[in-house]
Design a protein around this ligand. Sequence first.
Ligand SMILES: Cc1cc2nc3c(=O)[nH]c(=O)nc-3n(C[C@H](O)[C@H](O)[C@H](O)COP(=O)(O)OP(=O)(O)OC[C@H]3O[C@@H](n4cnc5c(N)ncnc54)[C@H](O)[C@@H]3O)c2cc1C
Length: 384
Amino acid sequence: MTDLLIIGGGIMGLWAGVMAERDGLRTLLVEREVIGAGASGGVLGALMPHMPDRWNAKKQFQFDALISLETEIAALEAATGLSAGYRRCGRLMPLAKPHLRTIALRHEQDALVNWRAGDRQFHWHVRDLPPVEDWLDSTFAESGVVFDTLAARVAPRPFLAMLSASLRRSELVRIEEGRALVRIDPVAGRADFADGSTEAFGDCVIANGVDAFAFLDGLVSAPGSSGTGVKGQAALLKADIDPSLPVVFTDGLYIVPHENGMVAVGSTSENTFDAPFSTDGQLDALLARAEDLVPGIRNAPIIERWAGLRPKAIGRDPMAGRHPDHQRIHTLTGGFKISFGIAHRLASTVITEICGKTDNSLPASFRCRAHFDLLGSEKTKAPQ
Ligand SMILES: Cc1cc2nc3c(=O)[nH]c(=O)nc-3n(C[C@H](O)[C@H](O)[C@H](O)COP(=O)(O)OP(=O)(O)OC[C@H]3O[C@@H](n4cnc5c(N)ncnc54)[C@H](O)[C@@H]3O)c2cc1C
């Protein structure tokens, strides 16, 4: 009997393990393949804030998470001696048209109000020219650029390695790779695995990414699904650039400088696809756009082409917290495009709830219940 069973060794499951360990829970984390086998094992690692306008609870949650992540990573790096490849590098966004500059100037003011944490102020600067030379091709920035000072990046695989190293040092947490959940009995608190073994658990956190939705769908009788996977493709280049350069973002395209001259380029957003884990001409098109925008990466050798499935819950927001019908079951998935910046805070609210404590910071639409309410309303709409 384990206090807590965590299904999935991606960014969500690992942070759940870290938070459970802090709360003294005896925890078993099981991963079907190896740590980082899913969407979290990619190459991009952009930590992109929401826009600073029309502020709401969701934006505040993400903002607070992006700030606290810095401290969390520093502590884990100190404890493990490993690097997560984190840097608050900022983000450049070219403004191609005058009306975009007008909007950006409004956001500059919004950031002064909303992007403040204690005595730290983060900015949405509007500039005529990029603050760094020879990075973004200024012909794409006819109306100037935005330079945001809140955005950051992390190296996904080293980050996961750091989290799992921290868990492996703990006497409370066991990680078992190559062990796949096949069935769960939410009432008895029993999990069955592909190798024929079983585990009894007090609570279970379902953090197996896009595969979580099928398990959750099996626990309720509603047509439709609690979530889906959106394919993304990205590439890693060796460009020999300064690692402190800012992320460049425009129209769905990210160019993310990493340490050791590496640059990640991503990503596509595909709702329909035949081959979820392979790359194709859509990635080539993305790379061509990236080379136009940032000439410094032109002809840089491609180290890796990568594709994965982002978990997107029915409500389009992350899905976290206790299942509405099953007290022992907790969800931690659906982070879609922003998981790396918020997973630690989501995990913290889930573990706090499991421990019977109160944390009201989770926005209502992130709650597992909110997603299943939506699924229920789909059920009512479905033809009989
Ligand atoms: C191309 C691309 C670029 C992206 N870029 C960014 C970015 O820049 N910034 C950002 O924040 N996010 C980004 N994302 C999104 C982010 O990667 C995902 O939201 C996040 O990794 C999801 O983490 P997870 O832990 O929920 O799922 P996963 O990482 O998929 O982890 C789930 C794990 O569960 C395991 N598993 C599955 N089924 C079982 C089972 N039955 N039993 C046991 N284990 C099981 C899987 O093997 C997997 O390791 C990107 C995604 C893609 C595809």
